[in-house]
Design a protein around this ligand. Structure first.
Ligand SMILES: [Zn+2]
Length: 117
C-alpha cells in the first residue's frame, strides 16, 4: 500500500516537472543582468552636465565571475531589455522549482530502491 502511494506521488511529480519545463521554454528571450540608468557627461564644457546636471543614460550591467561589465543601451531598447531581464528572473524561479521537484523525484527513487532490497 505504501509503494502504491509512492508511485502515485512520482506520477504527480513527473507531471509537475513536465508542466514546469513547458513554461520554461515559453519564456524568452532572456537577459541575465540589470538595466541601469547612469548620469553621464557629454564633454561639452558649456553643457549643463559640466555643472553636475548629468544626462541620464541607459546601460546594461552584467556580472561574470566577480567582474561587472557595463554596456551602453540607450532609451530605444530600454523597455525591451527590461522585459528580457524580467524573463530571466521568471526562468530562474522555474529552474528553482524544477530543482525542488527533481530532488523529490530522486529521493523517492532512492526510497524505492531501498525497499527492493
Ligand atoms: Zn552634456
Amino acid at each position: 500500500m505504501k509503494k502504491q502511494r509512492q508511485s502515485r506521488n512520482l506520477a504527480v511529480l513527473t507531471k509537475k516537472r513536465r508542466s514546469l519545463r513547458k513554461s520554461l521554454v515559453k519564456i524568452y528571450p532572456i537577459l541575465r543582468g540589470s538595466v541601469v540608468t547612469l548620469g553621464v557627461k557629454c564633454g561639452n564644457p558649456n553643457c549643463k552636465c559640466a555643472n553636475g546636471k548629468t544626462h541620464p543614460s541607459v546601460y546594461f550591467s552584467i556580472s561574470k565571475k566577480g567582474r561587472t561589465k557595463i554596456v551602453y543601451l540607450g532609451k530605444g531598447v530600454q523597455a525591451q531589455a527590461e522585459q528580457w531581464v524580467a524573463n530571466y528572473v521568471k526562468q530562474k524561479e522555474i529552474v528553482d522549482r524544477l530543482t525542488e521537484v527533481n530532488l523529490e523525484i530522486l529521493l523517492s527513487q532512492r526510497r524505492a530502491r531501498k525497499h527492493k532490497r
